[in-house]
Write a protein that binds this ligand. Structure first.
Ligand SMILES: [Ca+2]
Ligand SMILES: [Ca+2]
Length: 556
């Protein structure tokens, strides 16, 4: 994770003045000594005769790509993870007990899905933003988890569900009493705004308004989740204060749920630039509000949209935003066994992010989370799931691993099935196993358990550990930018990863058949050896790269 520039503390006003003079955008001084022949960058025929022999090339495209100091994160649904007290429900003490598992995986951060009190199993409808869900434990348990995590060099972020509360939240209960309530304007009531027959469609294509005590309140996602009113300065101040409360308790940052829906409420105002501008302004205010006391707080947002919509939020609001398009692209590429040209498209996206963030963004990568059918269910075959991990964990940015995906856990359809109990024991039951939801997706004989996979060097779990170790071993893989490579072929995806000082070439064979790839002269001169590989049968000799089926190599 990158620290925020010191001048940011001066606030948004100063920040916009500075960004206006474009001091930070464009070329990164880190890459100033990394000049490369333009011929190579064009992606056309390389020009080996012009390439400097002693200092091999890095493309101008790469020179414009900022480094992205990265951390591997692990997303945990506490209810499903590990049960410390035998009630079948995962809890914070259970997460603490399993920090060494996270550490051995190689992750240096965890994202806890909502831990606040809530009437739902998932917790995305909060009734008290300053407390811990009783099912999960106490505030002391949380503080112990934070201390033990930090002792192991593991950061902890938690979901902040700011767009809406639960209808059971005392604010809403009071607000619903009538116009005289102190909390009336903490939510949006149609009749108070002179809307008499509210029938609008929400931004998520449901009903926007819901009836309560003869009036209608705004609830974009569901009637149990009334939207908070961010036109009310008290709401804004309270959300900053809540963030300060948790950061003060030792939390390292937040995953911001439904970040674009603060003002994106109706399907009619979805693409209104005013809506996006108001969202951005609020999240900048939020960032400014926590900056002074917590300058290193890490904020990653769920802006479930394309890069054009995401980019503005990286402007002095969020450090990262989840890359939904990349998730789609990796998933469909591995299923179709077709090279997606990731470097080409990320290069364009990162230029936009770079500009918007003054070079401070770090991408948020994922190939699975609690809102998608499990990767192992969607991928079509275990090899495809492995390939998706091989791609995600060799890309720039902060990769997030969704708990259980490292075992190939399946689950699809209803949300609960995407969030099934973590599978610890080959027997299916045992210490710590959560049982709150029956698992019909992962048969006992499937080998999808920590116990079995920890002993098997060829398991998916072992692959995840190896890939994360590669990142730890290669600064270019962990912190570098990305540039397209001239290495091409049927089902072959290749990209360079570069820091100012180092670079590696990553090559994937997405096909189930072996492939031979002839490296061009410049590439062969720059990369002489396989530094890391998923298969011993993938090798480089005399400029010819032999790639085993579904294999990945890192060349140096
Ligand atoms: Ca428990
Ligand atoms: Ca909203």
């Amino acid at each position: 994770m990158k620290s925020w520039p010191k001048w940011l503390a001066a606030g948004i006003l100063a920040a916009s003045v500075l960004s206006g003079c474009e001091s930070g955008s464009g070329m990164n001084s880190d890459h100033a000594n990394n000049g490369k022949e333009a011929e190579n960058a064009a992606g056309g025929a390389p020009a080996p005769s012009k390439a400097p022999a002693a200092s091999p090339a890095a493309s101008p495209a790469a020179a414009a790509v900022d480094e992205q100091p990265s951390t591997v994160w692990y997303e945990i649904f506490v209810r499903s993870f590990y049960d410390s007290d035998g009630d079948g429900i995962g809890d914070l003490n259970g997460v603490t007990e399993k920090l060494d598992y996270v550490k051995e995986l190689g992750a240096e951060g965890i994202w806890l899905m909502p831990i606040n009190p809530s009437p739902s199993y998932h917790g995305y409808d909060v009734t008290d933003y300053r407390a811990v869900n009783k099912d999960y434990g106490t505030m002391d348990d949380m503080k112990r988890l934070l201390a033990e995590a930090h002792k192991r060099g593991i950061k902890v972020i938690m979901d902040l569900v700011a767009n809406h509360s639960s209808t059971d939240h005392p604010w809403f209960i009071d607000s619903a009493k009538g116009k005289s309530s102190k909390y009336r304007d903490w939510y949006t009531w149609a009749e108070d705004q002179g809307i008499e027959k509210p029938a609008a469609v929400s931004a998520t294509n449901g009903q926007a308004w819901h009836e309560k005590n003869g009036s209608h309140y705004l609830g974009v996602f569901w009637e149990g989740m009334p939207d908070l009113n961010y036109d009310n300065p008290d709401v804004r101040a309270e959300m900053v204060s809540i963030a300060d409360f948790w950061l003060g308790a030792g939390v390292d940052g937040f995953r911001i749920d439904a970040a674009k829906h603060i003002y994106d409420d109706f399907n009619t105002s979805k693409s209104d630039p005013q809506t996006a501008a108001k969202n951005k302004k609020w999240w900048q205010e939020f960032r400014t509000g926590i900056m002074e006391k917590h300058p290193d707080a890490y904020l990653i947002s769920e802006v479930w949209d394309g890069p054009g919509t995401i980019a503005p939020y990286l402007d002095h609001a969020f450090n990262s935003s989840f890359n939904f398009n990349l998730n789609d692209s990796i998933r469909s590429a591995v299923a179709a066994e077709r090279a997606p040209d990731i470097a080409g498209s990320l290069d364009r996206v990162y230029k936009a992010f770079e500009k918007s963030s003054d070079g401070s963004f770090v991408d948020g990568l994922f190939i699975g989370n609690h809102d998608f059918d499990r990767l192992a269910s969607a991928a079509g075959s275990p090899e495809h799931a492995r390939m998706a991990a091989q791609i995600e964990l060799t890309l720039p940015g902060n990769p997030f691993v969704y708990y259980g995906d490292e075992l190939g856990m399946k689950g699809a359809g209803r949300d609960e099935f995407k969030r099934l109990p973590m599978r610890w024991h080959s027997a299916g039951s045992g210490k710590g196993q959560t049982t709150w939801q029956k698992d019909l997706a992962n048969p006992a004989s499937s080998g999808v358990t920590v116990e079995e996979q920890e002993k098997d060097p060829s398991s998916l779990l072992s692959l995840y550990k190896m890939l994360i170790q590669w990142r730890a071993a290669e600064p270019a893989l962990r912190d570098g930018g990305i540039a397209p490579s001239t290495v091409k072929g049927d089902g072959i995806e290749a990209y360079e990863r570069l820091t100012a000082k180092e670079r590696v070439l990553v090559v994937h064979n997405l096909k189930g058949a072996a492939r031979k790839v002839q490296l061009d002269e410049a590439t062969a001169a720059a990369y002489g050896a396989v530094a890391h590989g998923t298969s011993p049968e993938s090798r480089l000799s005399g400029g010819v790269l032999e790639m085993a089926p579904y294999s990945t190599v890192v060349l140096k």
